[in-house]
Ligand binder design. Structure first.
Ligand code: FAD
Length: 439
């Protein structure tokens, strides 16, 4: 039996941040327990370099935040290996690349359409100003309630149906809606839009940070190396399947490891199913809903355009967005480029990789992103089983019930999957800080 003071379940971004916080205290006997083997570490922050092309296998990871302090804490991890970049994002709408966010970029459309979109938003602003208690009952109502029917039907509904793959009125609104914080664009920007004058929209999205070399894995690896130097152990290839609570207030993990404390960052339903306390948690675990995300990498003969990410609401095209990885990390051959396209797959649905890759290429051809099939140098596909947590209407109740069970055993659970929230790296950072301060 291996013995530790504290075990952190899951060695992704959240697990490493928890380890960093604990290593700052006088607790020294810490281990990360990670399912993946060496060479496959990083969780969603994994990157692969293939033939001189860099691919972020967990999807594009651009570092940005509303919270400047947290953002600088994150970039600090990268030491000097990062730079500030301009975000050249677009929405592909009616065969045109409209600058993102859409409500600001519509200055590119014809005047009639600009008016319809902006009028829809202004109508809703006026309605909400006169009905301060208005609260969306579900995600669909949030979309139409803030952006009006025209923009909802043209862009937001098809885009969100593609990414979430659930009826939008069966998703909660509380994760996007907070009373008092309304997602309306600035009035001046809307007037500029109607007049056909370019404007950028929300500032924190105009720039992002990204590692200069090594893809997003450099962020993970830099922290991982620091922790190793500080004596944090890492047990790899060890999927947590059994957590037993012993009579002396210790836990045994997989009958191999004994620890006094557990902090978990593995998906909540997996943790519930591993609890060996005589209860059956299958029903509760089954209530957590999610989408997997298949990331398709395409290496292309041809240069990188001045674009970062493109959002694609068109329901005929399989991916909901793609990112020019070559705009983030230039490939070895400057005349070549590479893309990652994202396709979500609902929990439990079988994944047909061949068909997905084929349809990604068809989509890129239809959009004229690639000229012909002969310009495709190679493709790769990665499946991230846990990609997007789904905010079902009962998500708060389900999460609360799970946390109550864990609380009984003194187990904290945090991270995108440990907290079961649609969180970026900055929100995970914040949540880990908070949990640490509570201890
Ligand atoms: C498509 C996509 C795009 C994103 N884009 C951005 C972005 O632009 N900017 C940004 O800041 N964030 C982005 N994010 C979010 C970011 O990836 C997450 O916030 C962060 O990586 C979550 O870290 P985590 O440790 O909570 O989860 P994960 O990275 O999933 O780590 C969980 C770890 O636990 C391990 N594990 C799972 N089950 C077990 C088990 N039973 N036993 C042991 N180990 C287990 C896994 O192997 C994994 O290593 C994106 C996410 C996705 C999916």
């Amino acid at each position: 039996m291996l013995k530790f003071n504290t075990c952190i379940l899951g060695g992704g971004w959240a697990g490493l941040l928890v380890a960093e916080r604990i290593a700052e205290t006088n607790i020294k006997d810490i281990a990360l327990i990670e399912a993946n083997q060496p060479g496959e570490l990083g969780g969603l922050l994994r990157t692969e370099e293939i033939d001189g092309f860099t691919f972020d296998c967990g999807g594009p990871h651009l570092l940005f935040s509303r919270d400047e302090r947290i953002l600088s804490k994150i970039t600090e991890i990268l030491k000097s290996n990062y730079s500030k970049r301009i975000r050249n994002n677009y929405v592909y709408y009616r065969d045109q690349f409209i600058p993102y966010p859409f409500e600001n970029g519509v200055y590119r459309l014809n005047p009639e359409e600009r008016v319809k979109i902006v009028k829809g938003i202004i109508d809703r602003m006026l309605y909400i100003a006169g009905n301060e208690d208005w609260k969306p009952a579900h995600f669909l109502e949030w979309i139409t309630g803030f952006f009006g029917d025209y923009m909802a039907n043209e862009y937001l509904i098809p885009y969100n149906e593609k990414i979430w793959k659930r009826p939008l009125n069966k998703l909660a609104a509380d994760w996007v809606f907070s009373p008092g914080r309304l997602p309306f664009p600035e009035l001046e920007n809307m007037l500029l839009t109607v007049a056909g004058i370019p404007n950028t929209g929300y500032k924190e999205q105009a720039y992002f940070y990204y590692p200069n070399t090594g893809g997003i894995f450099s962020l993970f690896n830099s922290l991982y190396e620091k922790l190793s130097l500080n004596g944090v152990k890492s047990i790899k290839g060890e999927k947590v399947v059994r957590v037993k609570i012993n009579s002396n207030n210790t836990f045994s993990i997989n009958n191999k490891i004994i620890t006094k404390k557990i902090i978990s960052t593995i998906p909540l339903p997996e943790l519930l199913l591993s609890l060996d306390d005589g209860s059956n948690y299958e029903g509760l675990a089954g209530k957590f809903d999610y989408n997997s995300v298949v990331v398709v990498g395409v290496a292309i003969r041809g240069k990188t355009p001045n674009q970062t990410t493109v959002y694609v609401p068109d329901p005929k095209i399989i991916f909901h967005r793609y990112t020019w990885m070559s705009s983030l990390v230039p490939p070895k051959e400057q005349d070549n480029s590479n893309i990652i396209a994202e396709v979500t797959v609902p929990k439990g649905q079988e994944i047909d990789f061949e068909n997905i890759v084929k349809r990604v290429i068809t989509g890129l051809l239809d959009m004229d992103v690639i000229e012909d099939e002969s310009s495709v140098l190679f493709t790769r596909a990665w499946c991230n089983k846990y990609g997007y947590p789904i905010y079902s209407l009962n998500h708060n109740e389900v999460r609360r019930e799970a946390m109550k069970i864990l609380d009984n055993y003194g187990i904290k659970s945090v991270g995108r999957w440990g907290s079961w929230h649609y969180w970026n790296t900055d929100m995970v950072y914040k949540a880990v800080e908070e949990i640490y301060m509570l201890r």
